[in-house]
Every structure is written in C-alpha cells, then in structure tokens.
Design a protein around this ligand. Structure first.
Ligand code: ADP
Ligand code: MG
Ligand code: ZN
Length: 602
C-alpha cells in the first residue's frame, strides 16, 4: 500500500513537471510587446537604429526583428513579411543580420509527446495494477463491491503463547484449533463444530489478539476484516462484500474468517433512529444468509469480536450462526502478572521491578492498558538514558496512564492549592480509616491532564467479585470526604467536588434501584438500562415504575447520601489534627506516598 502510494506520487509529480515544462516553453515564444511598425519606421528615418537582427519564424514569411537603438535600448517588432522588412532596412542604409530559419525542435515535437503519452499510460497501468495486486484490501476505485478482507497465509506469527492469562478462553478455543488441524478426528464421531464463535469483552482485553493467535496456532488461512469495512455510503455494497468474502473463504477452506468489531454491521435491526440503516440491514441479512449457507464441518469457522454484545441483533446469536459465545474477561491479579511478563520480554528490567506488586495495584487494567503501562515506563527509561526499566519508571507511567499526565506547569493560586490539599486529605483520611476501602497509595495536589486538581489513589489489595452494601456505603463516604473537609475548614464550599458528588449519587441510586439495598424500596429492579444507543427503542417503552415510586427512590437516595455524609463528617472531625497535618504536608511536598501518609496517624 505504502509502496504503491509512493509510485503514485512519483508519476504524479513527473506528469505535473512535464506539463509545467511545456507551458514554460510556450510562454517563451509569445513574449509580446507593443512596439509598432510606425515607431520603427520613424526611428529608422531619424537614424536612431544601430543594429537590426531579423529572425524569421518557421512559418515564413513571418518573423521578428530585434532592434538595438543608438541609445542602447532594445526593441522587438513582430512582422508579417521578413523579406519586405529586410529590404526596408537596407533602403535606409543599414545592414541587418538575418538569422537562419530555426530548426525543428526535435525534442519538443517528437520525443516529448511520446514521452508524455507513455508516462500517462504507465501511470494508469501502475495504478490499476496496484489495486489488483494488493488483493482485496485497497482499491476504492475498482473493487467497490469486492470484499476487503485481508488474507494471511501462514505468515501469522502470533501464537497462543503470546496471549497471557485468559486460561478458560484459550481452552474453549483449543478445540477449534484442533478441528482445523485435524477435522477427521471430529467428523468421525459425528461431532458438530460451531460455525461461529463470538468473542465478547471490554476493549483491550485481547479479543483481536486471541483470534490472531488461533489462526497462527492452527496454521490455516486467516481472513480478517473489520465490521466497519462493510459499511459504505452506497446501498448494496456491504452485502456484495460479504458475499465476495465468503466465496473467497470457501476457496481457501479450511480457514478462519475473523470479523472484528462486528457490532458495526450486526446491530439490532429495526431500531432505526436517525435512519440510514437500510444498508446495514442488508449487509447483516447477507451475513446471516451466508452463515446459514455453508454446511457444518465445511471447514470455515467464523470468529467475531465485539465489546457491545448487548446491541447485537439476536438473530446472529442463533444456533448455526454464532452459537458459541466466549466472554473475554478483564484479567485478575494472576492474569495481569502474566500479561506484564509477556510484555516485559523485550524490555530489560532492573532488579527492583516487582511485577507482582504492579499487578496488585492495577486492578481493572486490561491487557492493552498494561501493555501501554510498560511501554510508557520504557519511554521514561529511555528519556533518562537508561538501558533498563526501573520501578520508578513504572510508577511514573502508572500515574500517567491511570490519571493523565501530571501537569506541573499549570499555575494555580495558593488559595486553590490549599483547598485542594484539604479536599484530598479528606478523601485520604476516609480511605485510611474505613475498613473496606484503601489503603492510600498516593495523595497528590498536582493537577492532572484530565482536569482534576488533585487525586487520592487507593491501593486495592484484592480483586472483588461483587460489592457489599457496606463497601458501597464506604465508597460513597470516601467520595463525599473531599467536600466535607472543605466545609469543615473553610466557611465556603467550592465547585471542585462536582464529580465526587456525581459519583456518590450514582452509587446511591444504584444501591436503591439495582441492588435492592434499601428497605423502603425493597428488592425490586427499577433500573432503566442506560443504553444510549437505543434511545429510539426505549422512547417507545413505558417507564417501568410510577411517579410515586420515582419519588420514593429519590427520597431513599437522599437518605443514603445524608447518612453517609453524617458518618463521614464525624470521622473527619475526629481526625481533624491529621487533616491539618496532611494538608500542610501536601502543600509542602505536593505529593505524598503511603508511608508518609500513614506516619501522620502516628
Ligand atoms: P481487543 O481486541 O479486545 O480490544 P486487542 O486484542 O486489540 O484488544 O489487545 C490490544 C493489545 O493489548 C494487544 O495487542 C496486546 O498487546 C495487549 N493484550 C491484551 N490482552 C492481552 C493478553 N491477554 N496477553 C497479552 N497481551 C494482551
Ligand atoms: Mg479488537
Ligand atoms: Zn474529590
């Protein structure tokens, strides 16, 4: 693709260059002037002319006369008859120089047009050819309805060894690899292998990587295409691409067809908000038809990946289509450590790097986040001209990746700083005192790239499968801690706590409407799935509860928040001396770590 682009530009530049050249040659000939015959004759009469040089044109008898006046000035006169003008000049006693008729410019007249035509021919030839040779991937102009799937045959170097963690997921896919390697083993006993496998999970959990690894492991042709490649402006193009792709796949069976981000084509049909979904529906229909069309065990396995399984059309999940669904989960501690190991392979680590500890502090990170973390750390090491990565690099990267780069340069007033220091100290004290949250890893009042004035980062010691009511309440209390500290210390309160308040409110509302954690409301789900994609569908749905219940819910949410506020305030008041000490220390050092913070409690 790149190479083709280069030659495209090369020919483009050559053609433009040649065109400019011809234009330039042309302009040379028609240098006009407004010297008239009358002026010339009067100057001849007055004997002002020193030299006259006659240059006949090719198409005789026309030509031009270059006249040098006695004053040294030069004039050019275009004439229709050079013989006549020569005689005229001789009549006045001058002896004009007569140049010979110019020879044909052989380059301009014969070679140049041939060159131009050849160049243009080569140009088009290369352009069309490049589209065909780059297979089905490029070619906007020629292969509109052709599949854009990229085919890779055995040059795929990713193996299951590159995929860390994801043990169950890999086991489930193992049998597909086995089938592709040795179909006979399965058909002999009448086993049916799934036609389609849907990988589902949050972005960055390694779905694409897993699909590539399967192909690499099975060593079969691998067609990969992204769902959005089917979507074009013109109706019918997507469907035709699907058809083309499967025709191609059948020719290469056994093989894997991988449709990444399948939600782009396989959205639930008939939810049409905003229109323009006809094309997508056609494409999806074609996809379903094709998947029904090839028999089981024909050797084509369709893998698809999505992070929005909830918006997929149910028809796609029916048996005979994507009847196997594999959830690719965010890694747990062990998984994270394995992923870190994989990505640390080509990065020399210093002896103080503790991958286990990093795995501990990165709860919620996906594989892609971890990869990014180590990459940032390596960049930090390179910036320090070190040839190996130390723990400090990773710490810095952690803050950059997790919170956004610290922006030390932003200027903030002392008052703002003081408020932020107390605000963060409020959060930190609650993290420390409450049993189910924390401990505090870092407290900082250095503004971050994402607009926060500071942050308090806890260090969760374990992964949690589910939240308890107690933990949720503690989370709410921690969120409110910043505002409470502001209120205790300053008479005034600030707008800085808006996102804290939002977070607390959201948690409280979920406790009431989703988790059945409020006695007054009971164990009933009043939670509307907040799925913005389907506003169209949801608008048509009636609200699931009455206005009275809505009022009750609001009351409960307020009660929970108020209760948490009261309890949190008590705790902070009890540790007011720590609050002051912590804020002072923050103002002094801008960022304090766990040991420094815990020392404040003596
Ligand atoms: P997804 O397709 O789920 O959004 P990708 O497969 O594109 O995520 O993953 C992005 C990158 O994250 C991969 O290229 C890889 O470097 C890293 N990664 C994700 N999961 C893993 C894993 N389990 N093991 C190793 N690397 C991983
Ligand atoms: Mg992906
Ligand atoms: Zn806050």
């Amino acid at each position: 693709m790149n190479k083709n682009n280069k030659s495209f530009y090369l020919y483009f530049v050559i053609i433009i260059g040649l065109l400019l050249f011809t234009v330039w040659i042309g302009t040379l000939k028609i240098q006009g002037n407004n010297y008239t015959r009358g002026e010339f004759e009067s100057q001849l009469k007055n004997e002002n002319v020193a030299i006259a040089k006659i240059s006949p044109n090719k198409e005789t008898p026309t030509g031009s006369v270059k006249i040098t006046l006695k004053t040294g000035e030069e004039r050019v006169l275009n004439v229709t008859d050079v013989i006549e003008i020569e005689n005229l000049i001789r009549d006045y006693g001058l002896d004009p120089v007569v140049e010979s008729v110019p020879e044909e410019n052989w380059f301009l007249n014969s070679v140049f047009p041939i060159l131009l035509v050849t160049t243009i021919c080569v140009f088009f030839f290369v352009m069309f050819n490049s589209q065909n040779s780059s297979g089905n991937s490029g070619g906007k102009m020629m292969n509109f309805g052709k599949s854009r799937a990229r085919l890779s045959l055995g040059d795929n170097k990713v193996t299951l060894g590159d995929v860390a963690g994801l043990k169950e997921e890999k086991e489930e896919l193992e049998e597909i690899v086995e089938f592709l390697k040795e179909p006979g083993k399965f058909t002999r006993v009448g086993a049916r292998i799934p036609k389609g496998v849907l990988l589902e999970g949050a972005p960055g959990t390694g779905k694409t990587l897993l699909a590539k690894a399967i192909a690499g492991e099975a060593n079969v042709p691998f067609f990969s295409i992204s769902g959005s490649d089917f979507v074009e402006m013109f109706v019918g193009v997507g469907a035709s691409r699907v058809r083309d792709m499967f025709a191609e796949a059948k020719r290469h069976a056994p093989c894997i067809v991988f449709i990444d981000e399948i939600d782009a084509v396989a959205r639930r049909r008939g939810t049409g908000m905003g229109g323009g979904h006809d094309e997508r529906e056609q494409t999806l229909n074609q996809l379903l038809v094709e998947m029904d069309g090839f028999g089981t065990n024909e050797g084509i396995i369709v893998l698809a990946a999505t992070n929005r399984v909830d918006i997929l059309d149910p028809a796609i999940l029916r048996p005979g289509r994507f009847d196997r669904k594999i959830s690719v989960a965010s890694p747990d501690i062990g998984g994270r450590q394995d992923i870190l190991k994989v990505h640390a392979r080509n990065k020399p680590l210093g002896d103080d790097v503790d991958l286990e500890q990093i795995a501990q502090t990165t709860a919620g990170f996906t594989g892609a986040d971890l990869e990014n973390l180590l990459n940032e750390a390596a960049i930090n090491a390179a910036m320090d001209r070190r040839i190996y990565v130390i723990q400090e690099d990773i710490k810095k990267a952690f803050i950059k990746v997790g919170i956004g780069s610290e922006k030390k340069s932003r200027i903030i007033s002392d008052k703002e700083k003081r408020i932020t220091a107390y605000h963060e100290a409020g959060h930190a004290i609650l993290f420390h005192v409450l049993p189910d949250v924390g401990p505090v890893y870092t407290v900082s009042i250095i503004p971050t790239g994402i607009g926060a004035a500071g942050y308090t980062m806890p260090l969760p010691e374990k992964d949690e499968m589910f939240l308890t009511k107690g933990k949720m309440k503690e989370d709410i209390m921690v969120s409110l801690g910043g505002r409470i500290a502001e209120e205790i210390i300053f008479d005034d309160i600030t707008t800085g706590a808006s996102s804290d308040i939002k977070k607390a409110t959201k948690a409280a509302r979920r406790m009431v409407t989703r988790y059945g954690m409020s006695e007054n409301i009971g164990v009933i789900n009043y939670d509307n799935d907040d799925d913005e994609v389907f506003i169209g569908r949801d608008l048509a749905h009636a609200k699931s509860h009455s206005e009275i219940v809505a009022g009750e819910i609001d009351k409960e949410v307020k009660r929970i928040i108020d209760e948490c506020y009261r309890e949190a305030k008590e705790i902070i008041m009890k540790h007011e001396s720590v609050l002051h000490k912590c804020a002072e220390l923050l103002l002094e050092k801008e960022r304090i770590n766990r040991t420094e913070f815990e020392a404040l409690f003596e």
